[in-house]
Write a protein that binds this ligand. Structure first.
Ligand code: ADP
Ligand code: ASP
Ligand code: MG
Length: 462
């Protein structure tokens, strides 16, 4: 059972989710995120202190320590009724808040924020929230143990900020960390998102990564089901923050869910499906604010429903890189070399389109833009590539539904809808599985196009 940031965002919501955990009679492991907004707060304070003049660092770290400590202290006091448990939890929260203050002092005095230091700073969000949730469960009579992801057996590579799990290690570590607790009737409460590398250095697995922690633990414990408890009823036909008339999708395949998550539906982390799919473990998405709702079940079977299109997603944090040059046609394997270079620098390509031998376009995340431009300028511009152009005010819109495979004319109708809105399509891609169609438009047109596609294909079921 994984609970996201909003589900552990206050004493009241922690009270509610711990009731859900107590009600679940089967053997279980709980995974929690940091309290809502805490990870964002940690990112900003780390950046802020690394840029401050030395004379101001100490004061700023002290101020943040008080803010961080008092936020978690008041949540703990509001939800942990057993005085003895509360005292012990508050002492640990204070110790960790202090360790955070000292870490920030280091970042501030050195004026240096590496990805490694940032991961260390970010880890405090989850390391503290598990203490509160475990304490709340204990004061409701359960035997619990709060663990970091590493203590629960999650070992990653040293790719700080976006670390990848090492499966070969974890087939041993997860079971040996958690099974003895489960056998003794102790409920493990695990910090999501945070793990460590083989040298026990703290790593994180990418923003939104607590879902990934849950599915990894599920895979290695061979569980019957992974439950993701969040703040919406399940996977919806679009982001409810963009479209009003969204509908709940009660069942969806791994492949469709993975595509949606990959292209912006952040209700689940895009990497979390793979471990579940590997071991055929169903993933259930539920609303912790409406536990009676049926939720969404993600399974292997690809079920065609009447509606051809199940959902539409939008991803705004992307840029297009356009490479031009007739020299590209004359340089053997230039695309291979380019993508290899980006790959070894951990830059993912979200979409590719090559319209001719002298033109290649691809899409990357905003976060990778500076690095990708530097690499291409250093290695390729003037060397097969004449010009590198960046389009940064764009978004990807993705339409998902297994029913699209083999249905004629669907792409034509989608693109007609975009054109009816007087919007220009910049780039198009369709996976060979035909489960999704993605295209790029200007960022300012994104929400309008999503609403219009939803209206035509989902509200009115063409
Ligand atoms: P948590 O903190 O529980 O991990 P997130 O904020 O990461 O929750 O993800 C839940 C959010 O995902 C929802 O509040 C919703 O705005 C957003 N979202 C985007 N696309 C979808 C979709 N297709 N279905 C459901 N939620 C979506
Ligand atoms: N707390 C982390 C984040 O905000 C991980 C998560 O919420 O899943 O990205
Ligand atoms: Mg999330």
């Amino acid at each position: 059972m994984k609970f996201g940031g909003t589900s552990v965002g206050s004493a009241e919501t922690i009270g509610r989710i711990t009731d859900l955990v107590v009600l679940e009679k089967d053997k279980k492991v709980v995974v929690v995120s940091a309290m809502s907004e805490v990870t964002d707060m940690l990112v900003s304070i780390a950046k802020k202190v690394s840029d401050l003049p030395t004379a101001l660092v100490e004061l700023e770290c002290e101020r943040f320590y008080l803010e961080f400590f008092s936020k978690h202290k008041s949540a703990a006091k509001g939800v942990i009724k057993d005085k003895r448990v509360l005292k012990r939890v508050l002492k640990k929260i204070d110790e960790l808040s202090n360790e955070l203050r000292i870490t920030l002092l280091g970042v501030g005095y050195l004026g240096d924020l590496s990805l490694k230091s940032l991961d260390y700073v970010l880890s405090f969000g989850e390391r503290v929230s598990v203490l509160i949730v475990a304490g709340a469960l204990e004061s409701k009579g359960m035997k619990t143990k709060a663990l970091t992801g590493y203590e629960a057996g999650i070992v990653t590579d040293s790719n700080f900020g976006c670390a990848r799990p090492i499966y070969a290690r974890m087939s041993d570590t997860v079971g040996s960390a958690l099974m003895p607790l489960l056998d003794k009737g102790i409920l493990p409460v695990v910090a999501g998102f945070v793990a460590a590398d083989e040298n026990a250095r703290i790593t994180t697995m990418g923003r939104g990564g607590s879902d990934y922690t849950a599915s990894l633990l599920g895979r290695f414990l061979e569980v019957d089901e992974v439950q993701i408890w969040t703040d919406v009823d399940g996977i919806l036909s679009a982001d409810p923050k963009v479209v009003d008339s969204v509908q709940l999708i009660s069942k969806i395949s791994y492949v469709e869910a993975m595509d949606l998550a990959h292209f912006g539906a952040k209700v689940i982390h895009s990497k979390m499906i793979e471990p579940a799919m590997d071991a055929d473990i169903p993933v259930r998405i539920k609303n912790s604010f409406n536990p009676e709702g049926g939720g969404t079940l993600i399974v292997r079977e690809q079920e065609k429903i009447e509606r051809v299109i199940k959902a539409v997603a939008i991803e705004t944090d992307v840029d297009i890189l356009n490479l031009k040059g007739v020299g590209m046609a004359e340089t053997p394997n230039i695309a291979g070399k380019l993508f290899n270079l980006l790959g070894v620098n951990n830059i993912n390509i979200a979409m590719i389109s090559g319209s001719s031998e002298s033109n290649l376009s691809f899409v990357i995340s905003n976060d990778d833009l500076t690095c990708a431009v530097e690499l291409i300028n250093e290695n390729f511009v003037g060397n097969g590539i004449r010009k590198l152009e960046v389009l940064d005010d764009v978004c990807i819109i993705t339409i998902v539904g297994v029913g699209m495979a083999g249905t004629k004319g669907i792409a034509a109708r989608i693109f007609q809808t975009v054109s009816d809105n007087n919007v220009n399509i910049i780039m198009i891609a369709q996976g060979s599985s035909e489960v999704n169609i993605s295209f790029i438009v200007k960022a300012e047109d994104g929400n309008r196009v999503v609403q219009s596609i939803h209206n035509r294909f989902i509200d009115n079921e063409i």
